[in-house]
Design a protein around this ligand. Structure first.
Ligand code: ZN
Length: 67
C-alpha cells in the first residue's frame, strides 16, 4: 500500500488515496468523477533520501518524525 497523490485533469482537485500500486489506473476524482493524473508532492512518506533533512516535507506525523 502507498499514499499516492492525484490531481483531477477535469476540475483540478488535488487529493490522495492510500492504494495498491496496481490500483493507480482505477482512481477517479471523488468530486466530479473525472480522470486523474498522479502528482508527486514534495513530501514523501516513509522514504528519506540520505542527508536530506526535509525528506518528509514537514509532515512528520506521517513519517514518524525526521525533524
Ligand atoms: Zn474532478
Amino acid at each position: 500500500m502507498a499514499l499516492i497523490d492525484f490531481k483531477c485533469t477535469k476540475c483540478g482537485k488535488k487529493f490522495f488515496e492510500i492504494i495498491k500500486p496496481s490500483e493507480i489506473g482505477k482512481i477517479k476524482c471523488p468530486d466530479c468523477g473525472g480522470d486523474v493524473k498522479r502528482v508527486y508532492e514534495e513530501r514523501s512518506i516513509g522514504k528519506h533520501s540520505n542527508g536530506e533533512s526535509s525528506g518528509c516535507g514537514g509532515n512528520c506525523s506521517a513519517c514518524s518524525g525526521c525533524h
